[in-house]
Design a protein around this ligand. Sequence first.
Ligand code: SF4
Length: 438
Amino acid sequence: MTLAARLRKGWCPGALRPMPAEDGMLVRLRISGGALSSRALRRLAEAGRACGNGLFDLSSRANLQMRGVSAQSLPALTAILAELGLLDEDAEAEAVRNVLASPLVGLDAPIDAGPIAQALEKALVGNKDLHGLPGKFGFLIDDGGALSLASVPADVRFDYCAERKVFIVGVGGDACEAECLGACEPGAVVDQALRIARAFLDHGARMPETPRRMRELLQSCGPTAIAKATRLRPAPPPQKARSLAEPCPIGPIRLGGGENLCFGVGAPYGRFDADMLEAIARGAEAFADGETRLTPWRAMLLPGGAEAEIEALKTHFSMENFIIDPQDPRLAVAACPGAPACAQGSTPTHADALALAPLARLLQPEGVTLHVSGCAKGCARRAATPYALIAKDGRYELIVENAPPNRGAAQGLTLSEAQYMLESIARQARAAREVEHR
Ligand code: SF4
């Protein structure tokens, strides 16, 4: 099967099923609970240099992707991953274990959802009938802590409601767009997740074309079919009031409003190199509790630091080309690896995103405002951004969300032309904001 065919079928790379790319094989590591010890981080940095090209991408599902691995170096890398306990029994078990939990799970929320996430991973691996779930089919557990996963889409989601001490169960999207199926006690999360997954497989098998995501199934047969398979109590829809704004976990973050801190460090477009991983490991050992948490927002967290250490941490990371300022304009842009690393990409997305970052911040004062994508697949980000540049044959299409009909897109743009158009939009946006504030 060609790479293009694999991508079309939603083929999902893993440690046991690396994906060929233009810069070598891509090895995606699905880190259980998103937690890595500093020893593991150092070892991965060494492995990245020895077996790959030393580059790592942090994905929008908080997976760490090692790039540039060769067929010759793959066995050595596999041995290192096994030594670190990062290898599953087989590729099917690895693929089905697609559970994203809150990055600070066990540290700042009204409930410790870590054991629930682990039990769900174990159950998915242990129930072989579920190994037929599509590669990208994912579960999410939001413990209600400060770094909300509300804006992260998932096929099956459990969002904790502290007032009622239950998880709200939703399917097919972020916390707002997901269809709410009801509520369940924390102890019932695993059972309900398995029921929903089986219902997806059963109903999907009856469709003319097997769906790859829950949203596709819902469009065909609606939420009732899935809801019937569960034994959930009816519940009002999830708290629409809970902010869908994406967290920006950069710099010091106070845990649970108390004395304990964690420190967030980002990298442009989620691209870390081996030196950066080692610097994070050193930071975690010297200033925090030695552990690093991965997030779906292109940042890693060092929990356990103290207020008095913040300045030292800032100095440590300012030397390593990290993003430690929440106002850094590079946080305004999402970009996939693009060309030359990816065969589908026709533009150098990272370099273009860097050139456009100051402009992207002018478009809107906060959040991710611009998505620069090497092709229409849009790997860097599923959630919509107000502006997107989608490459095709070396040129960009500019898409403006919520634009009036026939004014939402311009095609065949060079980088300079796209820049010019975005500058003009930014000027208009600034003028509108000024009028609003008068
Ligand atoms: S979106 Fe980017 S990384 Fe994904 S396939 Fe297209 S060019 Fe490659």
